[in-house]
Design a protein around this ligand. Structure first.
Ligand code: AMP
Ligand code: MN
Ligand code: MN
Ligand code: MN
Length: 279
């Protein structure tokens, strides 16, 4: 029998994913995932539904979240795995993230209004429905109203780095987020380290600070990345004494580079983040 597939990073419709928690878990099962962590952006709302479906499908579900955080003026993403969702400080932090997201959404809408695009806040809210609102919901609105031909285009023109909708949101410090995760019994994981457009020196400085503040792991494999990237992040994991995590960062069917359970294997000489978990 081949080894178990761990996918420890993905999104449902409770953040910016397309699938309901139930459909997500069923798809993970179809893709032969044995252990799945649902890590919606700044919310744990989907976990109970995902767990109920995981029980039906016979798949192990890990309680996760992907927090938006700040490190030296940059936005970084920190995944929390095996968190106790009933932890009241964690839920206070999530409530605060939610109001920051709403504030930011209103500012994005103001900027778009200034460019002659009305109704974006209400429009994006409709796409978000009960989810934590984010830029992808604005992208959906811009596409639906014919301002952009695709989600990618919406990011390129209005929402991505350096564009009007890229509001400089001040999220809590990375160190603060790591504390919340640890106090809720979880392990903090640096998400997709290759996606921050940092120099290697900068990335190492971030990893150093993360480790100092009690961070536990780093995503050595994030989606279908190149082997050179995997090798480089593996070296960083070893250098800073971090456990290794892996995940697809799945958001929607049809995005081949981030399909549930489909990514390169983790280098065998690393300690996986699940090393200390009970089977
Ligand atoms: P937010 O959490 O509101 O800052 O939105 C960030 C999310 O937008 C990421 O988690 C991605 O899912 C998505 N995203 C970021 N950049 C792009 C892009 N260029 N094209 C499509 N989706 C993107
Ligand atoms: Mn996302
Ligand atoms: Mn992310
Ligand atoms: Mn993600």
């Amino acid at each position: 029998m081949s080894h178990a597939i761990y996918d420890l990073h993905c999104h449902s419709s409770l953040s910016d994913g397309i699938l309901s928690p139930e459909a997500l878990v069923s798809r993970a099962k179809d893709k032969n995932v044995s252990v799945l962590a649902l890590t919606d952006h700044d919310t744990t709302q989907g976990l109970a539904r995902a767990r109920a479906q995981a029980d039906i499908e016979g798949l192990e579900l890990i309680n996760g979240i992907e927090f938006s955080a700040q490190w030296r003026n940059r936005n970084v993403h920190i995944v929390g795995l095996n968190i106790d969702v009933t932890n009241s400080q964690l839920q206070d932090c999530i409530a605060q993230q939610s109001s920051l997201r709403i504030q930011r959404a209103k500012l994005i809408a103001e900027k778009l209004q200034g460019l002659g695009i009305p109704g974006a806040y209400e429009g994006a809210l409709e796409y978000a429905s009960e989810a934590s609102i984010g830029r992808p919901h604005f992208a959906s609105y811009l596409v639906a109203k014919g301002y952009c031909k695709s989600i990618q285009h919406a990011f390129k023109r209005y929402l991505g780095t350096g564009k009007v909708g890229d509001i400089k949101q001040v999220w809590p410090d990375m160190e603060t987020i790591v504390d919340y995760i640890r106090n809720a019994g979880g392990v903090a994981v640096i998400a997709h380290p290759d996606k921050y457009n940092m120099t290697r020196t900068k990335l190492c400085a971030m990893v150093h600070d993360f480790k100092q503040s009690g961070g536990g792991a780093i995503e050595v494999v994030s989606g279908k990345q190149a082997d050179t990237v995997t090798r480089d992040i593996a070296l960083i994991a070893k250098k800073y004494g971090l456990l290794a995590s892996c995940g697809s960062d799945f958001h929607a069917p049809g995005q081949q580079w981030q399909e549930l359970g489909c990514f390169p294997e983790m280098p065998v000489d690393l300690d996986p983040v699940w090393r200390d978990w009970q089977g």
